[in-house]
Design a protein around this ligand. Structure first.
Ligand SMILES: Nc1ncnc2c1ncn2[C@@H]1O[C@H](COP(=O)(O)OP(=O)(O)O)[C@@H](O)[C@H]1O
Ligand SMILES: [Mg+2]
Length: 381
């Protein structure tokens, strides 16, 4: 089947645009999803995630562009004929039907033979580890179990493409995290290609092998969770995924620091590996994640931080003095909010490896925050 189809472009979204009147909900989006991949569309409410998913499901027609799955042009196919199934959030199950009948529902509607239906339902119950719950009604199940039944029902028809729209939105945090991992394991077992929509970055990063960060109908960045977190290409993505410190600065024009470039910001000079097409005099934004920064009582005095920069006449290379203005204890780490000399804030996360907080900086303390070259990302847009 599908001989000759490139598995890395099993689902191909090509320049898809969707207009509602004069409002553009999806703006020229292109994407290849590999066979068997779990892909997440991530963005805040209203950015066009569900509209794009509904186009894949066939509930909306694109204003322009095309969607192909394997060799099939989906746009020419009515929703009920597509080898695609969509799972919505909590209201997915029929309350008056048992678990068994919920899973069998779509198969009966398609008129499959009784024996085939029974064998598929039993397979699905085993897959989601719920054979013992077959006779229960949805209200007799936990939220996580209901979600597993909903997934079993979506998979019973053996779709080639599974679509999940905010699948776990109704669950509380602990259960959501456990269910995310369960769903991923089941989807991987079946090997079905999956596109999911979420506004929850933690959910996208847990479940998906790649993520598209969306804003105003466009893809700002597509990459693995590590890519979008560690190598964001725009301020928006750096700021949207996780916590970040953003500092505006100018690329210094003397670039003879033995293989690095300096970016002068209000409170600190960032020493950075060259690259990324930085030009002397260019205005850039330097991003540093709070967990990449360490706090010390004193200035760093070794080769990385210590030598006074003879050209810039600064002794604040990759380090800066700040006053602790607030601290928030999160159990695994403490977030410090520092005030830098210019008045700008700096967030620093310090891991709590030990139980004792003896010697940890307190409210009002003066501290040095420092980071290694290579901890920063330079953003030009
Ligand atoms: N049928 C529609 N008619 C008009 N506008 C719509 C329609 N569906 C969605 N929109 C608009 O398109 C934008 C994107 O919606 P949606 O894709 O549901 O966002 P998301 O799922 O990312 O929250 C929103 O501003 C929404 O109001
Ligand atoms: Mg939505």
């Amino acid at each position: 089947m599908n001989a000759g189809i490139d598995d890395s472009a099993f689902l191909r979204i090509a320049a898809v645009t969707k207009d509602f009147g004069d409002f553009r909900a999806v703006d020229e989006v292109s994407l290849d999803v590999a066979r068997g991949e779990i892909f997440a569309l991530l963005g805040s409410s209203g950015c066009g995630k569900s509209t794009l998913l509904r186009i894949l499901a066939g509930f909306e027609t694109p204003s322009s562009g095309s969607v192909t799955l394997g060799r099939i042009d989906l746009a020419r196919m009515p929703p009920y004929e597509r080898p695609v199934n969509m799972m919505f959030q909590s209201y997915a199950l029929f309350p008056h039907l048992t678990v068994w009948d919920n899973i069998a529902f779509g198969l009966r509607r398609d008129g499959l033979p009784k024996a085939e239906i029974a064998s598929r339902v039993e397979d699905m119950l085993r897959l989601v580890q719920m054979p013992q719950f077959a006779k229960r009604k949805p209200h007799q199940l936990s939220g996580g179990q209901q979600q597993r039944v909903a997934l079993a029902r979506s998979l019973a028809k053996r779709p080639q493409l599974l679509l999940l729209d905010e699948p776990l939105g109704a669950l509380d945090r602990k259960l959501r995290e456990a269910t995310q991992i369960e769903l991923v394991n089941i989807i991987r077992d079946v090997g079905v290609t999956c596109v999911m929509v979420t506004h929850d970055q933690q959910e996208a990063m847990t479940m998906a092998s790649r993520i598209a960060v969306m804003s105003e109908g466009r893809f700002l960045q597509v990459g693995s969770p590590v890519d979008v977190y560690e190598s964001p290409t725009t301020r928006f993505v750096a700021d949207f995924i996780g916590d970040v410190n953003l500092m505006d600065g100018v690329v210094n024009d003397h670039g003879d620091h033995g293989g690095h470039v300096d970016v002068r910001c209000a409170d600190v000079v960032h020493r950075i590996a060259p690259g990324g097409g930085m030009r002397p005099g260019q205005l850039v934004t330097v991003a540093v994640r709070p967990e990449k920064i360490e706090l010390r009582a004193d200035r760093g005095n070794d080769a990385t931080w210590g030598e006074r920069d003879p050209i810039n006449q600064v002794d604040q290379v990759n380090q800066v003095r700040g006053i602790v203005r607030a601290l928030a204890y999160f159990g695994g780490y403490t977030m410090y909010h520092l005030e830098l000399p210019s008045g700008a804030p700096l967030k620093v996360n310090v891991g709590n490896e030990r139980r004792s907080r003896d010697g940890a900086p307190m409210h009002g303390d003066a501290v040095w925050a420092r980071w290694l070259p290579g901890s920063q990302v330079v953003l030009t847009q």
